[in-house]
Design a protein around this ligand. Structure first.
Ligand code: SF4
Length: 399
C-alpha cells in the first residue's frame, strides 16, 4: 500500500517558500518517487485518497487549514503539517493532523516519508534535530518549475520579542554559500528568469563575520551579474528581505546602488521609544538608524521604515516619542505600519496589544491620508482584537 501512495504538497500564496524547500528535500531524498503540487483551493475540489498530504502554514492563516483538514482525514490519507504555527502549537495540531513537524522540515520530511514507505510510520510530533546546511539543498525543484526568492540565510542573530523566527530556527545564523546561490541562479537563468530576490532576516548580514561582510556581498552581486550575462535585476534589501540599519555603511550602499535594481529599501525600527526598543530587544541607537536612512537617501534610494503599533507596555510617553519621530521624518521616509500580534512561539506570545489612544489614531490617519503611512496595521488590529476576547491559551490563534 505504501508504494502506491500519492505525495501531494499543498500550496497557497503564503507558503510558497516553505513548500518549495520541502519539495527540494523530497526530490533529494526520494528521487525515484513522483509527487504533485496542488493549490489549496483546488485540493478542496478533489477527491483525494491513499495520499500523503503536506501542509505548511503560519499563525495568521492557520484556521483555513484547521477548518478544512477533516475533509481529508479519511480514505487512507496521511496528513502532515509544519511551519511556524504547527511548530509553536504542536500538541494542538497533533489532534488534527497525523504528523506534526516542529522546526526545520527537510529532515523531518525524510523521516516521515521513509517510515511510511517502510510501513512503520507513527502518528505524532516529529522534532527536527538536524540543522539544515542550505548548500545541501537545491533552491528550485527540478521536476516542477517553481522559481522565486532565494533563501540565502536561515535563522537570525537577533531575538526580537515579537518574532517567531528565533524559536523556529534557533541557534546560529546559517548562510547559503555564494557558489550554491550562483549555481541555482544559473539553473533558473536557463528558464529566462532575470529578477532575483532573497529571503533573509537581514540582507546586510549575509556572511556576517564579526562585522558586515562587504566583500561577500560584492562577490555575490557581481557573481549574479556574471552568470546572467549582466541581465539580472537584483533586489537586495527589499521585500521579502529587509536591511538591519545598524550594519549599513556607505560602502554597502554604494555597491547596492551599482548592482541592484531596487531603489527602495526596507528598514526595521518598530518604535522610536528607547525604552520600548529595549523591551523588544533591539538596539536603542536610534541615531544609527537615522544615519543609515540619510546614507540611503544620499544615494537616491527611497526608504520604508517598519513600525509596529499597539506594542505591549506602550504608554502615552512612549507613543509620543514614536509619533514625534514620525512627524519629523515622514517627509523623508514612508512608514510601513504593522500592529502587534502575539505570535505563538515568540517571547511575547502571551502579551496583549496596547490599545492606541484616539489622538494617535488620528495621527496615523493623517499620515495615511498623505500617503506617508501605509500597511496592514488596521487589519492586524482587528485580528488582534478578536483574539484578545478569546479565553484560551494563545490569544491570536484561538487554540
Ligand atoms: S524581527 Fe527580524 S531581526 Fe528580529 S528576530 Fe525576527 S527575523 Fe530577527
Amino acid at each position: 500500500m505504501s508504494k502506491n501512495t500519492d505525495f501531494i504538497f499543498i500550496l497557497d500564496k503564503f507558503n510558497r517558500f516553505s513548500i518549495r524547500a520541502l519539495i527540494c528535500a523530497f526530490e533529494k531524498f526520494f528521487p525515484e518517487y513522483s509527487y504533485s503540487v496542488v493549490n489549496f483551493e483546488d485540493i478542496l475540489q478533489l477527491k483525494v485518497k491513499n495520499s500523503m498530504l503536506f501542509f505548511s502554514f503560519n499563525s495568521l492563516n492557520f484556521s483555513k487549514y484547521t477548518d478544512t483538514v477533516s475533509l481529508f482525514k479519511k480514505d487512507g490519507n496521511i496528513l502532515v503539517c509544519g511551519g511556524p504555527h504547527p511548530s509553536a502549537r504542536p500538541e494542538k495540531m497533533a489532534e488534527l493532523f497525523d504528523c506534526v513537524c516542529v522546526g526545520e522540515g527537510e529532515f523531518v520530511l525524510k523521516d516521515i516519508v521513509q517510515s511510511h514507505l517502510q510501513g512503520s510510520l507513527q502518528r505524532g510530533i516529529y522534532k527536527s534535530n538536524t540543522k539544515v546546511n542550505l548548500d545541501e539543498f537545491d533552491v528550485y525543484p527540478k521536476k516542477v518549475l517553481m522559481f522565486g526568492a532565494i533563501e540565502i540565510m536561515r535563522g537570525c542573530q537577533y531575538r526580537c520579542s515579537y518574532c517567531q523566527t528565533p524559536a523556529l530556527f534557533p541557534g546560529k545564523l546559517r548562510h547559503r554559500s555564494i557558489e550554491s546561490i550562483l549555481s541555482n541562479i544559473q539553473y533558473s537563468y536557463k528558464y529566462e528568469k532575470k529578477d532575483y530576490r532573497f529571503i533573509s532576516p537581514d540582507a546586510a548580514s549575509y556572511m556576517y563575520d564579526k562585522n558586515i561582510n562587504i566583500n561577500a556581498i560584492y562577490e555575490l552581486l557581481t557573481g549574479i551579474k556574471k552568470v546572467t550575462e549582466n541581465r539580472a535585476r537584483i533586489f537586495f534589501g527589499s521585500f521579502p528581505s529587509e536591511i538591519n540599519p545598524y550594519f549599513v555603511n556607505e560602502d554597502l550602499v554604494k555597491i547596492l546602488k551599482e548592482f541592484c535594481y531596487n531603489r527602495r529599501v526596507v528598514i526595521g525600527l518598530q518604535t522610536a521609544s528607547k525604552s520600548q526598543l529595549k523591551r523588544i530587544n533591539r538596539s536603542e541607537e536610534i541615531d544609527k538608524v537615522e544615519n543609515t536612512i540619510d546614507i540611503f537617501l544620499k544615494y537616491g534610494f527611497n526608504v520604508d521604515v517598519d513600525f509596529i503599533f499597539g506594542l505591549p507596555f506602550e504608554t502615552e510617553e512612549t507613543l509620543s516619542e514614536t509619533f514625534a519621530w514620525i512627524s519629523s521624518w515622514h517627509k523623508k521616509v514612508r512608514i510601513h505600519s504593522h500592529y502587534f500580534m502575539p505570535l505563538p512561539g515568540s517571547k511575547w506570545e502571551n502579551e496583549s496589544p496596547t490599545p492606541i489612544p484616539d489622538k494617535f489614531i488620528k495621527e496615523i490617519k493623517k499620515y495615511e491620508g498623505k500617503g506617508r503611512i501605509f500597511g496592514q496595521w488596521l487589519t492586524q488590529l482587528k485580528i488582534a482584537q478578536n483574539i484578545a476576547n478569546e479565553d484560551n491559551i494563545c490569544q491570536i490563534c484561538k487554540i
